[in-house]
Design a protein around this ligand. Structure first.
Ligand code: CP3
Length: 366
């Protein structure tokens, strides 16, 4: 092993993280001035692309996520097609749970479905932790990607403890998260034990991805917006802070995102985020003002977002006008990574995304 090699969690030598000093996405995420406004899209890899549907045909979702060649190819598809400034690993938030032995599957059109929901102390005690070797196909896929991506950064990700807990407690997707909130309030010790375990799983999964060479990480707490700020701070924040804090010295920017989290943004930043993801409900200039007011001594806030994914169906002139507005509002923050306010919707016309990247790249940085 030479000095350019590091040892992964699974013990294999792998090239050290690529030096990408000029990558606009990484510059913006670090609060530096990028050469152009960087843009990538949550759920850019997936069902909006015909080449994805063709490749995935006949392969179950979670099998695709643990096939190194397939996950690498799907990750690359939107980079080739759209010219985005970052790739996001093709995976899913339930991949580490399934790899650890939880009976969870992804049902098309529904989402994650858990065979045996987790609701008691015994269920929590039986929830397996993740051994890094159980996700070695993901690390292998990342190593393949680093050889293919040239100077495009690769974002790794995990589901945050609350969003993972919601699927485990409810047994599947939920509108009101009532069983999850019932457990949180009625059995707080059980709740905290569950979230602590899920934080360990998420951190282990992210550490595997960082060791394999991802350039940034995003913690998806997609459903945190279901909580009040008081609930978030008491029942969720300490556990998300364990995940993000555990990566403080990893040398990669940490993005923290949820939907409907306008009231939670300062708390989500304080969990250890370098970049705060914002959905479309709150303009980015107001998001930046809230973050600044909550932590006046901290560095200028860097935000990610926030074009409404539904606006992509409104025609090219509306998309361009809304993209210019989002970019202008983003200039009020210390840094801006252009994205949608949530994931690409499956029926989105891929050509609209390609054109949107071009429009974003025409916007001034400052
Ligand atoms: O962003 C990317 O391009 C990477 C791919 C990605 C997937 N899942 C692939 C996927 C990412 C980042 C995720 C994360 C994820 N998974 C989240 C957090 C992000 C978010 O959107 O809020 C959540 C909540 C999940 C759970 C999950 N998995 C849902 C709700 C669904 C959709 C169910 C459906 O069919 O409508 C999935 C399945 C899933 N994950 C698909 C993809 C491409 C669709 C499955 C398919 O293509 O067959």
């Amino acid at each position: 092993m030479t000095s350019t090699q590091v040892t992964t969690a699974s013990g294999r030598g792998t090239p050290a993280r690529r030096p990408l000093p000029d990558a606009p996405f990484l510059a913006a995420a670090r609060g530096e001035t990028p050469s152009r406004v960087p843009v990538w899209f949550m759920r850019q890899a997936g069902r909006s692309l015909p080449e994805y549907r063709e490749l995935r045909a006949g392969t179950p979702m979670l099998a695709a996520c643990t096939d190194p060649g397939m996950l690498a190819e799907i990750t690359l598809q939107p980079v080739r097609r759209h010219g985005v400034d970052a790739a996001i690993l093709f995976s899913d938030i339930v991949v580490p749970l399934r790899a650890a032995g939880v009976d969870v599957d992804i049902v098309a059109g529904t989402g994650p479905v858990v065979a045996n929901p987790v609701r008691s102390d015994a269920d929590v005690a039986n929830l397996p932790l993740l051994d890094p070797d159980q996700v070695s196909p993901v690390a292998d896929g990342i190593r393949l990607l680093l050889g293919e991506l040239a100077d495009t950064p690769l974002i790794g990700f995990a589901g945050a403890p609350f969003t993972l807990a919601s699927y485990l407690v409810e047994g599947g997707p939920s509108r009101n998260h009532e069983r999850t909130k019932a457990l949180m309030h009625a059995a707080p010790a059980t709740w905290h034990a569950l979230l602590d375990r899920l934080a360990t799983v998420a951190l282990t999964f992210l550490n595997v991805q960082v060791a394999a060479g991802v350039d940034a990480v995003q913690l998806f707490d997609s459903w945190a917006g279901a909580l009040s700020e008081a609930e978030y701070r008491e029942f969720v924040l300490p556990h998300s802070a364990k995940v993000l804090g555990g990566l403080a010295d990893a040398g990669v920017p940490r993005i923290h995102f949820g939907v409907g989290t306008a009231e939670l943004l300062p708390a989500m930043r304080s969990a250890g985020a370098d970049v705060v993801g914002v959905d479309w409900r709150l303009p980015l200039d107001r998001a930046a003002a809230r973050l600044r007011a909550a932590a006046p001594e901290a560095a200028e806030p860097v935000v990610q977002g926030n074009l409404d994914p539904a606006v992509l169906f409104a025609g090219s002139s509306v998309v361009a006008e809304q993209a210019r507005r989002v970019a202008a509002e983003g200039r009020a923050a210390g840094g801006h990574v252009f994205n949608l306010g949530h994931g690409v919707l499956p029926d989105t016309d891929p050509d609209v995304l390609t054109r949107l990247v071009e429009v974003v790249h025409e916007q001034p940085v400052r």
